[in-house]
Structure formats: C-alpha cells, structure tokens
Design a protein around this ligand. Structure first.
Ligand SMILES: [Zn+2]
Length: 277
C-alpha cells in the first residue's frame, strides 16, 4: 500500500497522480476585472519569465469492504505523455482494471473522465460509472452544446465517448447518499453538475472536491479568482467559497483534481488557507 494512503471511515483512500497540467497565467479570471486578475497572476510561479499555472492532475482509489473504486479516472492516453499515468499508479497499487467496481465522476471534463475509455472501449470492463444527473443532462443536450462557446465544448465529446464505451453502465446519481459512507455534494459552476464526494470518517471526513481549486495558493486566499474553464464563473466562485467554508467549519480534510495530496482548510481574513494534512 502506498505511503500516502489514508483511512477515512470505511475506505482507504489513495491519490493517483495522473499527470501535470501547465498553462499561461492568463487562464485566471476575476469578476472585479483585469487589474484584479493581474494581481492573482502575480501569485503564480514563473516559467521562462511568465506567470504559469502548473498543477497536478489527480484521481483517487478508494478501497473498502465492497472492493475497489475510483473517484475520477484521469485522461488516459488522450492528452499525451504528460498525462495518463493514473493507470500505471493503479497497477502499482496492485489493482487491475477489472477489479474496479465503480467510478464516481466529479464532472465530465477530459482530465477527469477520458481515462475511462481505451480505444473506444471501457478501460474498466466491469465498472459502473456514477455521474451526477445534472452533469449528464447538460453534456448530452444538443441545446446546451449549441449555446456553449466552441472552445468550452470538450465535455460534450468526453460524455459521448464515455456513453459509447459503457452504455447503460453509466448511471446518473442525485445529491445526497451515493454509497455507504459517501455523499454527493453539488458544487456547480465549473460545470453544471460538478460534484464533490464526502467520504465520512470517524470524527474526520474527506471531501474529494474535483475542481473547486485549480491553483490553491491563488484561489484559496481569494475564492473569486476563477479559471477560463469555469462554465459559469459566478456560480463556480460561490461553490468554491461554500466548499472552503464548509471544509474549514467541519474540519474536513480535502483532496481534489488539482491540489496535491490531502489538505486542511482554515479561514484567513476574507479568504482561506490550505496546509498539507
Ligand atoms: Zn480538472
């Protein structure tokens, strides 16, 4: 078992690092305008002299009495050599694809769901894929596709690929209890059905929150900082603030698609502060 695994309630949770995403700092946005966005970018690391968003891409292995499951699935080979390493990490944990009974999806972006698919077929041949209802409804709607800017339409193609590979093994889920000890917490905005999964613990829960934060060191202190990938920026900011507030108040550990390992959240001034748990 990996040294970074931790136990929460009925599950042993292991982050699987799928890859490393990097983009120019101007993917950050701010509702207060360009000056505020520039201040946010000033908090980014420099690469070749330019502020750069440089973050991990993660998914999660959960092992419990009912077997092994994943939260999200990485990119698979679709995004090139910097990505798709979750499959190897899963093998390193001694888990074969046909041992995965379920995959819980936080949202239907490629870095979270394309790893479900291998050459058009199901990479996890026995898995049931659990996707928030609101996410499935949006990303299967022709009308929603038509009103989404072309550069933001990737989720529609991802969804089609997942449905093609898994058919009726893709199951919609509603907010609330999903499985024993796991609750779906809607955190809409990044995508319409974007959802966190709260793993109940004895005294301490774990919120696997998908893409609440892309750049923790910038967005935790100022949750209004968004990314161009947020489909509804004001709603994403409200969900970001809500998730951070709840995690701080409840003492939850958090983990996500683009933060490293397990973290704790504390309120600090008007914003929040993350520290490794
Ligand atoms: Zn993501």
């Amino acid at each position: 078992m990996s040294s970074v695994s931790r136990r929460f309630g009925a599950y042993t949770v292991t982050p699987l690092r799928d890859g490393f995403f990097s983009a120019p700092g101007d993917v950050l946005t701010h509702p207060a305008g360009e000056a505020a966005a520039a201040r946010a970018r000033a908090g980014l690391p420099l690469r070749e002299g330019q502020p750069t968003v440089a973050v991990d891409v993660n998914c999660f292995l959960l092992r419990g009495t009912s077997g092994a499951m994943l939260v999200d699935a990485g990119t698979g080979p679709a995004w090139g050599a910097n990505f798709g390493h979750a499959r190897q990490a899963l093998a390193g944990e001694g888990v074969a694809p046909d041992e995965i009974a379920r995959v819980l999806i936080t949202h239907l972006h490629g870095d979270h769901a394309l790893g479900l698919v291998a050459d058009g077929a199901a990479y996890f041949p026995r898995a049931e894929i659990l996707v928030p209802d609101a996410e499935l409804a949006f990303f299967t709607s022709d009308a929603a596709r038509a009103r989404t800017p072309p550069a933001r339409r990737g989720g529609f193609d991802v969804t089609a690929a997942v449905l093609e590979a898994y058919g009726d093994r893709v199951r919609g889920i509603s907010p609330g209890d999903v499985l024993q000890g796991i609750t779906a917490l809607p955190l809409p905005g990044h995508t319409p059905g974007h959802t966190g999964y709260l793993v109940a613990g004895e005294g301490e829960g774990l919120l696997i929150w998908g893409d609440v934060l892309h750049v923790g060191e910038v967005q935790a202190p100022d949750p209004d900082v968004g990314v161009i990938y947020d489909l509804d920026p004001p709603l994403a900011a409200a969900s970001r603030r809500e998730a951070l507030t709840q995690a701080a108040r409840e003492g939850w550990t958090v983990a996500g698609g683009h933060i490293t390992g397990f973290q704790k959240v504390a309120a600090e001034g008007d914003g929040f502060h993350l520290t490794p748990a």
